[in-house]
Design a protein around this ligand. Structure first.
Ligand SMILES: [Zn+2]
Ligand SMILES: [Zn+2]
Length: 379
């Protein structure tokens, strides 16, 4: 069906959410299956509802406007087909109450357990090699007394007399639109169709009990700051033996005092003396693989990079490790002793790099340098 949603609802393309809601309500009053049993109207109502679901949601509307198909329609047709679909929002307009389970019969007691989110801090070493963490959290576990049945062992739930086990009751209401039949969850059994007269004493009839759990989480190498690891079924056990939720562990990576991660590489800056840059040197560096030596070739320049291959991060689902990259900072001395200055002056002279200022100083202070040299010779 490729009807235009805006046309279906009879609204303009720039209609506000309020307008869309109003238009939908108006249409629903004549098409809703509770007031109009005509199959054609039901079919139309299905499409109108789909249009409303899409256009009343800003994200879905944007997607629709851009020509994308939207999910969240009616996967299995209108209720009666046995497909579960949350009609809460739509039916609330008519009945002021939920009609969930109307077509499915009694509402099962089983409910999926909640998800749990825990945060944990890891350091860069854990990112490089992967790690394990013990995560403790409060959760819900299956009641060992009733195993999720909710009834005291030896007893069973009895069928609700008010709804004869169907879980819902029908009411005829007078409204502005005339007589309207509404279906609501049975208030006596909460829509379950049966009543637990003797709740389990171990869990007060919940089928689960609060507990403290600790699980060991494997953290793969190469994870990013903010990564969430999902452990399926490790969350809360569901109500009345329903399926368990998931456990999510969110990782935050603590900053490291030496290395910064860049992709699979670890980067650090190393300050070396001017002489080491000129003459070359071998400088020890503590890495996650122990002490390594950074070999600086003679004639290294500021910002030069020394690469230590294979000592970086092992990327997720890959074997080959990144590198450590050492960026060089060349330190130019700011305070020189007389001797150092003399040697540098000599060097500058030999290399023909004397600055005009230095030449002037030498001419003026010849005696000083001369005396210095004499004194050095005497030592
Ligand atoms: Zn129990
Ligand atoms: Zn009932």
């Amino acid at each position: 069906m490729n009807e235009d949603y805006y046309e279906l609802l009879g609204v303009s393309r720039d209609a506000s959410v309020e307008d869309i809601k109003k238009a939908y309500k108006k249409l629903a009053r004549s098409l809703h299956p509770d007031v109009n049993p005509d199959p054609e109207a039901q079919e139309k109502f299905k499409h109108v509802s789909q249009a409303y679901q899409t256009l009343s949601n800003p994200d879905k509307r944007r997607q629709y406007d851009m020509g994308g198909r939207t999910g969240g329609g009616f996967p299995g047709g209108f209720p009666g087909g046995g497909q579960a679909f949350d009609f809460g929002d739509i039916f609330e307009m008519f009945t002021g109450g939920g009609m969930r389970g109307r077509a499915q019969g009694p509402v099962p007691r089983q409910r999926r357990g909640g998800d749990i989110l825990r945060r944990t801090q890891i350091d860069l070493r854990d990112v490089v090699f992967g790690a394990e963490r013990e995560i403790s959290f409060r959760t819900a576990a299956l009641c060992e007394r009733c195993h999720g049945a909710c009834a005291e062992p030896g007893t069973s739930p009895v069928t609700c007399t008010q709804c004869s086990g169907s879980g819902h009751v029908q009411r005829v209401q007078q409204s502005l639109l005339g007589q309207m039949m509404t279906v609501a969850p049975c208030p006596a059994c909460g829509g379950h169709g049966d009543i637990i007269e003797t709740p389990c004493t171990g869990c007060s009839g919940q089928g689960r009990v609060p507990t403290e759990r600790t699980v060991t989480v494997k953290i793969p190498s190469g994870v990013e700051n903010g990564t969430r690891i999902q452990l399926r079924g490790e969350g809360e056990v569901g109500q009345a033996g329903g399926p368990s939720g998931d456990l999510f562990v969110e990782l935050s990576v603590a900053p490291h005092h030496v290395f910064v991660r860049e992709g699979d590489d670890l980067v650090t800056r190393l300050e070396i003396p001017m002489t080491a840059a000129a003459l070359g040197a071998s400088i020890p560096l503590e890495t996650f693989d122990g002490m390594q030596s950074v070999d600086i070739p003679a004639g290294s320049q500021p910002e030069d990079e020394i690469v230590l291959a294979g000592l970086g991060v092992t990327p997720l689902r890959r074997e080959r490790r990144g590198a450590i990259r050492v960026e060089l900072d060349v330190e130019v001395p700011t305070k020189l002793s007389d001797e150092e200055r003399d040697l540098l002056e000599q060097l500058a002279r030999i290399r023909g790099e004397e600055k005009p200022a230095a030449q002037r100083a030498r001419r003026a202070g010849k005696g000083v340098f001369g005396k210095l040299r004499d004194r050095l010779r005497d030592l």
